[in-house]
Design a protein around this ligand. Structure first.
Ligand code: FAD
Length: 484
């Protein structure tokens, strides 16, 4: 029987892996490859935590996991199409197999790989693995894609009920002895690259607080299962361990979405049901991106392409660096800058603040998150930003503008999260922590926290920014309607 090459991309595990499952079932010899794609790496800043996470999860751990089963990982560094074709040719495989990716650039890349492999007489097969249901599997009664989440979720749940366990049953990858092939040294195959070769500047590129990889992902998941039933009550408070912290695992595929959905669907608590809904949001945004690739650069709602932004550079720098004078915004941005993670409630707050208080284009914020988030996912990030900017398909209404002070009072009532990331405010009592500029001068002096000196005064006034934003959104709609 001929051999196959499994191309790992954002599916960096060996258990419950669709492409590996099909390759092992259909071929006598199975090789495995990962390509550090120069086109993707060039678009990432040198210090991005994601490079280091990839090196660990993709190269080191994945290679070890495959080696335990008698195989190993071929690692290439270059342009993906050329590297895959050259590797497949050198190994003489009949087919290259990979799990499907739904981002526009990945779709174009895979199309090019398929064409180039076909020219060599080599097959290229892709499989569903990143999602429980692909965008083509969940449609309205008239067969069109959904653009509102709630009916999409209902259709998703209905399909899950009708298919049952088959929707998320694990895909066996226990290799028959000798089926996984170890990389041949000297056959044009490179080993695990040195961090410097990938532009990784240790130590600043390590992701603090996050142990990467499939083994750590499995531990995170099991630990989360102990608190999943309280998820709905705890998830909105950044100072406590509420959410799963599995987004980076989902981004790199170090956990299987099937195993997560299976575990959530098997429980009857409202916490598990709410968490399953979040996994469905993830698939909703995959679907939106696949069906409407224009959202990568444009507002889903065309009327909001007419929004006029202020894009003040001083305000932009203050937001990026966590110096806006609004403690909850600053704490959140500093969490992102130091760890590569930001709690979901805080992502909503800082995104709303950037677009609606600072009047800066949501695409700038989306790009900043793209560069800094460990879990960056084009679909969820774009969906989240368009939701906050009210430009998206099922987004926050334009007139709902988060008040950063009341959000802070509600979701970090004692200011515990703020104090963790904004040490200048560590001594400020609960009473003033959410709006420290209201602290009487005498108190500021006593506490050694003078606003404007030790911690910035607010860079904008929320009430007047809110009024201006409502007007900007009104004008955009009027312009779109041809009345402006
Ligand atoms: C402006 C903005 C940008 C965002 N950018 C990203 C991003 O780049 N990558 C990313 O994975 N998520 C993004 N999110 C969604 C969400 O904030 C993160 O998925 C979540 O904070 C990750 O933490 P967790 O794994 O502990 O989440 P949990 O609360 O434990 O959720 C479980 C999983 O469900 C999915 N999920 C949860 N909420 C959402 C959502 N609103 N949209 C889509 N999927 C969701 C994620 O895969 C997450 O890991 C963004 C949200 C906003 C508002």
């Amino acid at each position: 029987m001929p051999s196959a090459l499994v191309w790992f991309r954002r599916d960096l595990r060996v258990d419950d892996h669709a492409a590996l499952h099909h390759a092992l079932a259909g071929f006598e010899t199975v090789w495995c490859v990962f390509v550090f794609d120069t086109r993707i790496l060039q678009a990432l800043p040198a210090a991005a935590h994601r490079r280091a996470l990839l090196l660990h999860a993709a190269c080191r751990e994945l290679h070890e996991l495959l080696a335990l089963r008698g195989g190993g990982l071929i690692v290439r560094h270059g342009e993906a199409v050329a590297e895959i074709v050259a590797t497949a040719r050198a190994l003489g495989v009949a087919s290259v197999m990979a799990n499907r990716d739904y981002e526009p650039e990945a779709i174009a890349r895979d199309r090019a790989v398929g064409v180039a492999l076909a020219a060599e007489g080599i097959g290229f097969r892709t499989f569903k693995d990143q999602v429980v249901f692909e965008h083509t599997e969940i449609a309205t009664l008239s067969g069109t894609p959904f653009s509102v989440f709630t009916p999409y979720r209902k259709a998703w749940m209905k399909r899950l009920a009708s298919i049952g366990n088959a929707a998320h049953a694990p895909l066996e990858t226990a290799a028959l002895p000798g089926r996984l092939a170890a990389p041949l040294v000297g056959a044009g195959v490179i080993g695990v690259p040195e961090p410097a070769a990938l532009g990784i500047r240790a130590p600043e590129s390590a992701a603090p607080g996050l142990v990467p990889g499939a083994a750590a992902g499995a531990r995170r998941f099991h630990e989360f299962l102990d608190r999943i039933d309280d998820y709905d009550e705890r998830r909105d408070f950044p100072a406590i361990k509420g959410p799963s912290y599995l987004s980076t695992d989902l981004r790199f595929g170090t956990v299987s979405i099937r195993s997560l959905a299976r575990a959530a669907a098997a429980r009857s608590s409202s916490g598990a049901a709410t968490w399953l809904s979040e996994l469905i949001w993830r698939e909703f945004y995959f679907m939106i991106l696949a069906e409407h690739p224009r959202v990568t650069t444009r507002a889903f709602r065309p009327e909001y392409e007419h929004l006029v932004f202020e894009n003040n550079e001083t305000h932009w720098a203050a937001w990026c660096e966590g110096r806006t004078g609004y403690p909850i915004v600053d704490a959140a941005m500093r969490q992102l800058n130091t760890s590569g993670y930001m709690h979901n409630r805080l992502r909503m707050i800082v995104a709303s603040f950037l677009v609606k208080d600072l009047q800066i284009d949501w695409r700038h914020g989306e790009n900043y998150f793209r560069m800094h988030l460990n879990d960056h996912d084009l679909s969820a990030n774009n969906g989240g930003w368009q939701w906050a900017a009210s430009t998206g398909c099922d987004s926050q209404p334009y007139f709902r503008i988060f008040n950063p002070v009341t959000q802070s009072q509600r979701f970090d009532p004692q200011g515990r999260f703020i104090r963790r990331y904004v040490p200048e405010l560590a001594a400020v009592p609960e009473r003033w922590i959410h709006a420290p500029w209201e602290m009487p001068p005498i108190e500021q002096t006593t506490l050694g926290c003078q606003i404007g000196r030790d911690y910035p005064a607010p860079i904008v006034d929320h009430a007047s920014a809110r009024a201006q934003t409502l007007e900007r959104y009104r004008l955009a709609r009027e312009t779109a309607a041809g009345r402006g």
